[in-house]
Design a protein around this ligand. Structure first.
Ligand code: PLP
Length: 396
Protein backbone atom coordinates (compact mmCIF):
# COMPACT_ATOMS: atom_id res chain seq x y z
CA UNK A 1 0.00 0.00 0.00
CA UNK A 2 1.48 3.37 -0.93
CA UNK A 3 1.80 6.00 1.79
CA UNK A 4 -0.94 8.57 2.41
CA UNK A 5 1.41 11.37 1.40
CA UNK A 6 2.16 9.65 -1.93
CA UNK A 7 -1.50 8.85 -2.62
CA UNK A 8 -2.23 12.57 -2.84
CA UNK A 9 0.80 13.17 -5.06
CA UNK A 10 -0.20 10.36 -7.41
CA UNK A 11 -3.68 11.89 -7.76
CA UNK A 12 -2.19 15.34 -8.46
CA UNK A 13 0.11 13.86 -11.07
CA UNK A 14 -2.78 12.57 -13.12
CA UNK A 15 -3.50 16.12 -14.44
CA UNK A 16 0.04 16.37 -15.87
CA UNK A 17 -0.18 12.88 -17.31
CA UNK A 18 -3.57 13.69 -18.83
CA UNK A 19 -2.14 16.71 -20.63
CA UNK A 20 0.76 14.65 -21.94
CA UNK A 21 -1.62 11.92 -23.13
CA UNK A 22 -3.88 14.53 -24.72
CA UNK A 23 -0.94 15.86 -26.77
CA UNK A 24 -0.19 12.34 -27.95
CA UNK A 25 -3.84 11.69 -28.82
CA UNK A 26 -4.17 14.93 -30.82
CA UNK A 27 -0.93 14.24 -32.73
CA UNK A 28 -2.23 10.79 -33.72
CA UNK A 29 -5.48 12.24 -35.09
CA UNK A 30 -4.22 15.45 -36.71
CA UNK A 31 -0.55 14.69 -37.37
CA UNK A 32 2.54 16.23 -35.70
CA UNK A 33 2.46 19.25 -38.01
CA UNK A 34 -1.01 20.33 -36.92
CA UNK A 35 -0.73 20.16 -33.14
CA UNK A 36 0.80 23.15 -31.34
CA UNK A 37 2.09 21.89 -28.02
CA UNK A 38 3.26 24.82 -25.89
CA UNK A 39 2.97 22.94 -22.61
CA UNK A 40 6.50 21.68 -21.88
CA UNK A 41 9.54 23.48 -20.47
CA UNK A 42 12.00 21.23 -22.27
CA UNK A 43 14.82 23.16 -24.03
CA UNK A 44 14.46 23.16 -27.82
CA UNK A 45 17.97 24.43 -28.60
CA UNK A 46 20.77 21.88 -28.85
CA UNK A 47 23.53 21.81 -26.23
CA UNK A 48 26.68 23.64 -27.44
CA UNK A 49 28.90 21.45 -29.64
CA UNK A 50 31.68 21.59 -27.09
CA UNK A 51 29.57 19.59 -24.61
CA UNK A 52 29.63 16.43 -26.74
CA UNK A 53 33.29 16.98 -27.65
CA UNK A 54 34.13 17.32 -23.99
CA UNK A 55 32.17 14.15 -23.09
CA UNK A 56 34.18 12.19 -25.68
CA UNK A 57 37.49 13.70 -24.63
CA UNK A 58 36.77 13.11 -20.93
CA UNK A 59 35.90 9.43 -21.30
CA UNK A 60 38.91 8.89 -23.56
CA UNK A 61 41.47 10.63 -21.39
CA UNK A 62 40.43 10.37 -17.72
CA UNK A 63 41.30 7.36 -15.58
CA UNK A 64 38.16 5.20 -15.49
CA UNK A 65 38.21 4.44 -11.73
CA UNK A 66 38.61 8.15 -10.99
CA UNK A 67 36.00 9.28 -13.52
CA UNK A 68 33.31 6.80 -12.52
CA UNK A 69 34.14 6.54 -8.82
CA UNK A 70 32.65 7.91 -5.62
CA UNK A 71 33.93 11.28 -4.46
CA UNK A 72 33.23 13.90 -1.80
CA UNK A 73 29.47 14.48 -1.47
CA UNK A 74 30.04 18.10 -2.53
CA UNK A 75 31.71 17.09 -5.83
CA UNK A 76 35.19 17.26 -7.38
CA UNK A 77 37.26 19.98 -5.74
CA UNK A 78 38.91 21.18 -8.97
CA UNK A 79 35.51 21.45 -10.70
CA UNK A 80 34.11 23.50 -7.78
CA UNK A 81 37.19 25.74 -7.83
CA UNK A 82 36.75 26.39 -11.58
CA UNK A 83 33.06 27.22 -11.10
CA UNK A 84 33.86 29.54 -8.16
CA UNK A 85 36.47 31.38 -10.27
CA UNK A 86 34.06 31.70 -13.17
CA UNK A 87 31.34 33.22 -10.92
CA UNK A 88 33.94 35.59 -9.38
CA UNK A 89 35.02 36.75 -12.82
CA UNK A 90 31.47 37.42 -13.98
CA UNK A 91 30.00 38.96 -10.83
CA UNK A 92 32.98 40.30 -8.79
CA UNK A 93 32.32 37.86 -5.95
CA UNK A 94 34.86 36.12 -3.77
CA UNK A 95 34.03 32.42 -3.73
CA UNK A 96 36.31 29.38 -3.62
CA UNK A 97 35.65 25.65 -3.96
CA UNK A 98 34.28 25.38 -0.41
CA UNK A 99 31.36 27.69 -1.30
CA UNK A 100 30.16 25.43 -4.14
CA UNK A 101 28.29 22.13 -3.74
CA UNK A 102 27.61 20.21 -6.94
CA UNK A 103 24.02 18.95 -7.24
CA UNK A 104 21.72 16.79 -9.33
CA UNK A 105 20.19 19.86 -11.03
CA UNK A 106 18.28 22.68 -9.33
CA UNK A 107 15.63 20.23 -8.12
CA UNK A 108 18.07 18.47 -5.80
CA UNK A 109 19.78 21.79 -4.98
CA UNK A 110 16.49 23.11 -3.63
CA UNK A 111 15.84 19.86 -1.77
CA UNK A 112 19.21 19.79 0.01
CA UNK A 113 18.90 23.45 1.02
CA UNK A 114 15.36 22.95 2.35
CA UNK A 115 16.38 19.73 4.12
CA UNK A 116 19.20 21.67 5.83
CA UNK A 117 17.15 24.59 7.11
CA UNK A 118 13.55 23.47 7.74
CA UNK A 119 12.08 22.30 11.01
CA UNK A 120 8.52 20.94 10.83
CA UNK A 121 5.97 23.76 10.34
CA UNK A 122 8.59 26.31 9.35
CA UNK A 123 7.21 28.58 6.67
CA UNK A 124 8.69 29.31 3.23
CA UNK A 125 7.35 32.33 1.34
CA UNK A 126 7.04 31.81 -2.41
CA UNK A 127 6.09 34.50 -4.93
CA UNK A 128 3.07 33.40 -6.97
CA UNK A 129 2.96 32.42 -9.74
CA UNK A 130 5.67 29.86 -8.95
CA UNK A 131 7.02 26.50 -10.19
CA UNK A 132 4.56 24.01 -8.71
CA UNK A 133 7.26 21.54 -7.60
CA UNK A 134 8.11 24.01 -4.81
CA UNK A 135 5.05 22.70 -2.95
CA UNK A 136 6.43 19.15 -3.07
CA UNK A 137 9.98 20.16 -2.17
CA UNK A 138 8.91 22.24 0.85
CA UNK A 139 6.43 19.61 2.03
CA UNK A 140 9.15 16.92 1.73
CA UNK A 141 10.63 18.47 4.89
CA UNK A 142 7.29 19.23 6.59
CA UNK A 143 7.58 22.92 5.81
CA UNK A 144 4.58 25.11 5.02
CA UNK A 145 4.28 27.00 1.72
CA UNK A 146 3.17 30.63 2.11
CA UNK A 147 2.43 32.05 -1.34
CA UNK A 148 2.44 35.83 -1.80
CA UNK A 149 0.79 36.99 -5.01
CA UNK A 150 2.91 39.14 -7.34
CA UNK A 151 1.43 42.32 -8.90
CA UNK A 152 -0.95 41.67 -11.79
CA UNK A 153 0.50 44.43 -13.98
CA UNK A 154 4.19 43.43 -13.89
CA UNK A 155 4.42 40.13 -11.91
CA UNK A 156 7.01 41.63 -9.58
CA UNK A 157 6.71 40.74 -5.89
CA UNK A 158 4.30 42.87 -3.88
CA UNK A 159 6.84 44.01 -1.31
CA UNK A 160 4.33 45.23 1.23
CA UNK A 161 2.65 41.84 1.22
CA UNK A 162 6.00 40.06 1.40
CA UNK A 163 6.86 42.11 4.50
CA UNK A 164 3.45 41.49 6.09
CA UNK A 165 3.71 37.75 5.46
CA UNK A 166 6.95 37.32 7.42
CA UNK A 167 6.41 36.06 10.95
CA UNK A 168 8.20 34.16 13.72
CA UNK A 169 7.91 30.88 11.73
CA UNK A 170 9.30 32.25 8.44
CA UNK A 171 12.51 30.40 7.58
CA UNK A 172 13.02 31.43 3.97
CA UNK A 173 11.84 33.38 0.98
CA UNK A 174 12.17 31.48 -2.29
CA UNK A 175 12.55 33.60 -5.42
CA UNK A 176 13.04 32.59 -9.05
CA UNK A 177 14.44 35.08 -11.55
CA UNK A 178 14.28 34.96 -14.56
CA UNK A 179 10.92 33.51 -13.65
CA UNK A 180 9.01 30.41 -14.61
CA UNK A 181 6.18 31.01 -15.61
CA UNK A 182 6.19 34.81 -16.16
CA UNK A 183 9.63 35.44 -17.73
CA UNK A 184 10.07 38.45 -15.41
CA UNK A 185 13.59 39.38 -14.19
CA UNK A 186 14.00 41.08 -10.79
CA UNK A 187 16.13 44.24 -10.95
CA UNK A 188 18.89 45.13 -8.51
CA UNK A 189 16.49 47.63 -6.92
CA UNK A 190 13.90 44.90 -6.22
CA UNK A 191 16.55 42.56 -4.78
CA UNK A 192 17.84 45.39 -2.55
CA UNK A 193 14.33 46.12 -1.32
CA UNK A 194 13.74 42.44 -0.53
CA UNK A 195 17.08 42.39 1.31
CA UNK A 196 16.11 45.49 3.36
CA UNK A 197 12.86 43.85 4.44
CA UNK A 198 14.63 40.61 5.35
CA UNK A 199 17.39 42.36 7.32
CA UNK A 200 14.76 44.22 9.31
CA UNK A 201 12.74 41.06 9.98
CA UNK A 202 15.81 39.03 10.98
CA UNK A 203 16.49 41.64 13.66
CA UNK A 204 12.86 41.69 14.78
CA UNK A 205 12.62 37.90 15.16
CA UNK A 206 16.26 37.36 16.13
CA UNK A 207 16.91 34.44 13.77
CA UNK A 208 18.08 33.92 10.20
CA UNK A 209 15.60 34.22 7.37
CA UNK A 210 17.21 32.77 4.24
CA UNK A 211 16.82 34.01 0.70
CA UNK A 212 16.83 31.06 -1.70
CA UNK A 213 17.46 32.21 -5.26
CA UNK A 214 16.41 29.50 -7.74
CA UNK A 215 18.32 30.33 -10.94
CA UNK A 216 18.00 27.68 -13.65
CA UNK A 217 17.15 30.45 -16.15
CA UNK A 218 19.95 32.90 -15.17
CA UNK A 219 21.59 32.68 -18.61
CA UNK A 220 18.29 33.02 -20.49
CA UNK A 221 17.85 36.81 -20.35
CA UNK A 222 17.17 39.04 -23.36
CA UNK A 223 17.58 42.67 -24.44
CA UNK A 224 20.88 42.93 -22.49
CA UNK A 225 18.98 42.91 -19.21
CA UNK A 226 21.13 42.35 -16.12
CA UNK A 227 20.26 39.53 -13.70
CA UNK A 228 21.74 40.68 -10.35
CA UNK A 229 23.88 38.24 -8.34
CA UNK A 230 21.87 37.93 -5.14
CA UNK A 231 24.63 37.05 -2.61
CA UNK A 232 25.97 40.60 -3.12
CA UNK A 233 22.84 42.12 -1.60
CA UNK A 234 21.90 39.72 1.22
CA UNK A 235 24.30 37.61 3.21
CA UNK A 236 22.00 34.70 4.17
CA UNK A 237 21.47 33.74 0.53
CA UNK A 238 21.60 30.35 -1.18
CA UNK A 239 21.99 30.42 -4.95
CA UNK A 240 20.59 27.32 -6.61
CA UNK A 241 21.94 27.02 -10.15
CA UNK A 242 21.44 24.48 -12.91
CA UNK A 243 22.82 23.71 -16.36
CA UNK A 244 19.48 22.20 -17.46
CA UNK A 245 18.44 25.28 -19.42
CA UNK A 246 21.66 27.30 -19.79
CA UNK A 247 23.41 24.42 -21.61
CA UNK A 248 20.26 22.45 -22.61
CA UNK A 249 21.18 19.47 -20.42
CA UNK A 250 18.03 18.75 -18.36
CA UNK A 251 18.35 14.99 -18.62
CA UNK A 252 21.96 15.01 -17.43
CA UNK A 253 20.96 16.39 -14.00
CA UNK A 254 23.76 18.78 -13.15
CA UNK A 255 23.88 22.02 -11.16
CA UNK A 256 25.25 23.48 -7.93
CA UNK A 257 24.41 25.40 -4.76
CA UNK A 258 26.40 28.48 -3.66
CA UNK A 259 26.74 29.21 0.07
CA UNK A 260 28.69 32.43 0.72
CA UNK A 261 31.13 32.79 3.64
CA UNK A 262 29.10 35.81 4.76
CA UNK A 263 26.18 33.52 5.66
CA UNK A 264 25.71 33.08 9.43
CA UNK A 265 27.57 29.90 10.48
CA UNK A 266 28.49 29.26 6.86
CA UNK A 267 30.89 26.34 7.50
CA UNK A 268 28.23 24.45 9.42
CA UNK A 269 25.69 25.17 6.71
CA UNK A 270 28.08 24.00 3.96
CA UNK A 271 28.56 20.77 5.90
CA UNK A 272 24.81 20.32 6.43
CA UNK A 273 23.99 20.85 2.74
CA UNK A 274 26.81 18.48 1.71
CA UNK A 275 25.53 15.77 4.05
CA UNK A 276 21.97 16.37 2.83
CA UNK A 277 23.19 15.54 -0.69
CA UNK A 278 24.06 12.06 0.61
CA UNK A 279 21.04 11.67 2.86
CA UNK A 280 18.36 12.47 0.28
CA UNK A 281 19.97 9.78 -1.87
CA UNK A 282 21.77 11.84 -4.49
CA UNK A 283 25.19 11.08 -2.87
CA UNK A 284 27.00 13.28 -5.38
CA UNK A 285 26.25 15.00 -8.69
CA UNK A 286 26.96 12.89 -11.84
CA UNK A 287 30.74 12.63 -12.11
CA UNK A 288 31.11 12.77 -15.91
CA UNK A 289 28.86 15.83 -16.15
CA UNK A 290 30.80 17.63 -13.42
CA UNK A 291 33.98 17.30 -15.46
CA UNK A 292 32.22 18.29 -18.68
CA UNK A 293 30.55 21.47 -17.39
CA UNK A 294 33.87 22.56 -15.85
CA UNK A 295 35.32 22.47 -19.39
CA UNK A 296 32.36 24.43 -20.80
CA UNK A 297 31.89 27.31 -18.34
CA UNK A 298 31.94 29.94 -21.08
CA UNK A 299 29.63 28.02 -23.40
CA UNK A 300 26.04 29.09 -24.09
CA UNK A 301 23.11 27.83 -26.08
CA UNK A 302 22.27 30.05 -29.05
CA UNK A 303 20.02 32.50 -27.16
CA UNK A 304 19.03 34.23 -30.37
CA UNK A 305 16.86 31.21 -31.13
CA UNK A 306 14.73 31.72 -28.00
CA UNK A 307 14.67 35.47 -28.54
CA UNK A 308 13.33 35.03 -32.07
CA UNK A 309 10.70 32.60 -30.75
CA UNK A 310 9.71 35.04 -28.03
CA UNK A 311 9.29 37.92 -30.46
CA UNK A 312 7.22 35.94 -32.96
CA UNK A 313 4.97 34.30 -30.35
CA UNK A 314 4.44 37.59 -28.49
CA UNK A 315 3.40 39.24 -31.77
CA UNK A 316 1.00 36.43 -32.69
CA UNK A 317 -0.54 36.22 -29.22
CA UNK A 318 -1.06 39.97 -28.75
CA UNK A 319 -2.26 40.50 -32.34
CA UNK A 320 -4.80 37.73 -31.76
CA UNK A 321 -6.25 39.88 -28.96
CA UNK A 322 -4.67 38.41 -25.83
CA UNK A 323 -3.00 40.33 -23.01
CA UNK A 324 0.55 39.53 -22.02
CA UNK A 325 3.62 41.19 -20.46
CA UNK A 326 6.63 40.79 -22.81
CA UNK A 327 9.00 38.44 -20.95
CA UNK A 328 12.62 39.48 -20.32
CA UNK A 329 13.93 36.01 -19.64
CA UNK A 330 13.32 32.23 -19.46
CA UNK A 331 11.19 30.76 -22.27
CA UNK A 332 7.58 31.31 -21.27
CA UNK A 333 4.79 33.75 -22.11
CA UNK A 334 2.33 34.36 -19.29
CA UNK A 335 -0.97 35.22 -20.94
CA UNK A 336 -4.18 36.46 -19.33
CA UNK A 337 -7.06 34.08 -19.87
CA UNK A 338 -9.99 35.95 -21.45
CA UNK A 339 -12.29 34.06 -19.06
CA UNK A 340 -11.81 33.68 -15.31
CA UNK A 341 -11.54 29.88 -15.51
CA UNK A 342 -8.05 29.21 -16.95
CA UNK A 343 -8.66 25.45 -17.15
CA UNK A 344 -11.77 26.02 -19.25
CA UNK A 345 -9.77 28.38 -21.50
CA UNK A 346 -7.17 25.62 -22.01
CA UNK A 347 -9.99 23.25 -22.97
CA UNK A 348 -11.30 25.75 -25.53
CA UNK A 349 -7.74 26.25 -26.90
CA UNK A 350 -7.51 22.50 -27.44
CA UNK A 351 -10.29 22.72 -30.04
CA UNK A 352 -7.66 24.51 -32.18
CA UNK A 353 -4.95 22.00 -31.21
CA UNK A 354 -3.26 24.58 -28.99
CA UNK A 355 -1.88 23.15 -25.73
CA UNK A 356 -1.13 25.48 -22.79
CA UNK A 357 -0.71 25.00 -19.04
CA UNK A 358 -3.39 26.62 -16.86
CA UNK A 359 -1.74 28.95 -14.34
CA UNK A 360 -3.80 27.54 -11.47
CA UNK A 361 -0.96 24.96 -11.52
CA UNK A 362 1.34 27.89 -10.63
CA UNK A 363 -0.95 29.20 -7.86
CA UNK A 364 -2.12 32.07 -10.09
CA UNK A 365 -5.50 31.29 -11.67
CA UNK A 366 -6.82 33.39 -14.54
CA UNK A 367 -3.69 33.02 -16.71
CA UNK A 368 -2.00 30.39 -18.88
CA UNK A 369 1.64 29.58 -19.52
CA UNK A 370 2.70 29.25 -23.14
CA UNK A 371 6.23 27.83 -23.50
CA UNK A 372 8.28 29.01 -26.49
CA UNK A 373 11.06 26.44 -26.18
CA UNK A 374 9.64 24.90 -29.36
CA UNK A 375 10.56 25.17 -33.03
CA UNK A 376 10.20 28.57 -34.73
CA UNK A 377 8.27 26.81 -37.48
CA UNK A 378 5.69 25.47 -35.04
CA UNK A 379 5.10 28.98 -33.68
CA UNK A 380 4.73 30.28 -37.24
CA UNK A 381 2.30 27.49 -38.15
CA UNK A 382 0.19 28.13 -35.03
CA UNK A 383 -0.75 31.71 -36.10
CA UNK A 384 -4.10 30.81 -37.60
CA UNK A 385 -5.06 28.71 -34.58
CA UNK A 386 -4.32 31.64 -32.24
CA UNK A 387 -6.33 33.98 -34.46
CA UNK A 388 -9.33 31.63 -34.41
CA UNK A 389 -9.03 31.24 -30.66
CA UNK A 390 -8.92 35.04 -30.29
CA UNK A 391 -12.04 35.40 -32.48
CA UNK A 392 -14.01 33.31 -29.97
CA UNK A 393 -13.51 35.95 -27.32
CA UNK A 394 -13.75 39.20 -29.29
CA UNK A 395 -16.57 41.41 -27.94
CA UNK A 396 -17.34 38.94 -25.16
N1 PLP B 1 13.18 25.64 -10.74
C1 PLP B 1 12.42 26.08 -11.77
C2 PLP B 1 11.79 27.42 -11.65
C3 PLP B 1 12.23 25.30 -12.90
O1 PLP B 1 11.46 25.75 -13.91
C4 PLP B 1 12.85 24.03 -12.96
C5 PLP B 1 12.66 23.16 -14.13
O2 PLP B 1 11.92 23.41 -15.02
C6 PLP B 1 13.63 23.62 -11.87
C7 PLP B 1 13.78 24.44 -10.79
C8 PLP B 1 14.32 22.29 -11.88
O3 PLP B 1 15.39 22.34 -12.74
P1 PLP B 1 16.49 21.15 -12.86
O4 PLP B 1 16.24 20.48 -14.16
O5 PLP B 1 17.77 21.84 -12.82
O6 PLP B 1 16.29 20.26 -11.69
Amino acid sequence: MISEKMQKLVEDNSAIREMFEEGKRLRKIYGDENVYDFSLGNPSLPAPKKINESIIKTVQTEDSCFLHGYMSNSGYEDVREKIANSINKKFCTNFNCSNIIMTVGAASGLNIVLKSILNPKDEVITIAPYFSEYNNYIENYDGIVKPVKSNENDFLPNLEEVENSINEKTKAILINTPNNPTGVVYSQEIIEKIADIMNKKEKEYNHEIYLISDEPYRELAYDNIEVPYVTKYYKNTFVVYSYSKSLSLPGERIGYVVIPNEMENSSQMIEAVTIANRIIGCVNAPSLMQRVVAECLDEKVDLEGYEKNRNLLYKIVTESGFECVKPQGAFYLFVKSPIADDKEFCKIAKKYNLLFVPASSFAYPGYVRIAYCVSYDMIDRSKEAFEKLGQEFINK
